[in-house]
Design a protein. Sequence first.
Length: 501
Amino acid sequence: MHAVAQGGRGKKAPSDHPHARQNALKSRANEQTVPQTPRTRRARPRFVALVGEHHAVTDPAAQADFLEEPRGLYHGRTPVVLRPGSVDEVAAILALAGELGVPVVLQGGNTGLVGGQIPFSGEILLSLTRLDRIREIDPASNTMTCEAGVVLQTAAAGVDRLFPLSLGAEGSCTIGGNLSTNAGGTAALAYGVARDLVLGLEVVLPDGRVWHGLNKLKKDNTGYELKHLFMGAEGTLGVITAAVLKLFPAPKSIETAVVAVASPEAAPALLGLMQDRAGDNLTSFELMARICVDFALRHGTGLRDPLAAPHLWYVLIELSSGVRRGLRDLMEETLALGLERGLVADAAMAESLEHRAAFWRLRELVAEAQKFEGGSIKQDVSVPVAAVPDFIRAATVAALRVVPGCRPVPFGHLGDGNIHFNVSQPVGADKAAYLARWDDMSDAVFAEVLARGGSISAEHGIGVMKRDYLPRVKDPVALDLMRMLKTALDPKGILNPGKVV
């Protein structure tokens, strides 16, 4: 049995992608950017001087961790990785880049899955991990002002407050990257996605100017809400260097349950019942097919089947409250009602913090465990909540039509309609041959997403992976507006060229 690594830089599972697929995507990215290596190399000493030699990485071996993303799909190249330690240094780097016309790619914790953080054509790589200060925690305002390089897991640690953004990569992803990609996660049902958790931003523009927008105001009706331009823009419009984040009272009680549902259609019905009964106390509602549990049990360590007998579909439900009592009764009563209505087949509630952690490990290990099952074609999509069962059924049929014998592995955040529709290769199949069907599989799955009014990217972003799909799925006027904004804010095209638009 394989032990699946936790965190961003632990033991690596086998790469999901062969060199043929990786090189094809890299070539596509390179076509979308103008090679700048000679110009950038000539200017390298001037850029290094801005951060100091100790914080400029030029050795190829030392650059390796910055130039490959977690799944091994994308490999980049750069003459220098710059690691600024202040906003002023970021501003100086962008001012010089604008003056010389040198492109810059931005990177946080390097946990992105669509290639947005990788320099494909010899651009300068700007790593923001040294901007790691929490500048202020204001309990009275329920806000925290932190820099872009703060690791998500450490945000609000040690204070009696909650910053509710929670992701599988939270031990290594950074606040700047989370905001730049508008990350979602397991608590979006209750608290919203990353952009919903921000009051103010500090942003360095492509010409080196700094927008000082770090305010704590919940009401500021003085014109355009500029912060929303930069969240979800994947570093193409400006560099987020700090943010004012919303904090919430830390929960006094948490109840977690793994529930077998009678059918995929029963899951949205149970979600509605939980929302009616628990209201804002319902913080997570995660869907998993049985194959997800099988993979996690097969390749994880210290895990066991959550229920007495296997079931085809599960949901992981979590309630939290600022009140110390009554939450367990609420969970038990609601699940009992679900059982009476034929929605619930079986359930188990966590009896301890360790038991709760084991439930969540089953859910969190799914994507990692897939790597040990051979090639995996992964899609991060969303559809209306009521359409999730029909989408999963139709996408499964479509996937099997593309590659007979493939193994769909659907799971995700049912509460907001975000499904990770991953498809593992047939048992014993040739990995390279299977992954060569990536585009065919994506086309088939995306067709079912769009037929139900969904989105081809729910929380991972566009990057380079889905850039070519945008003209096919985005409203032409919306796409034109996006390009107008890019031209207006970055007329020289130096920030993350070839990404998103």
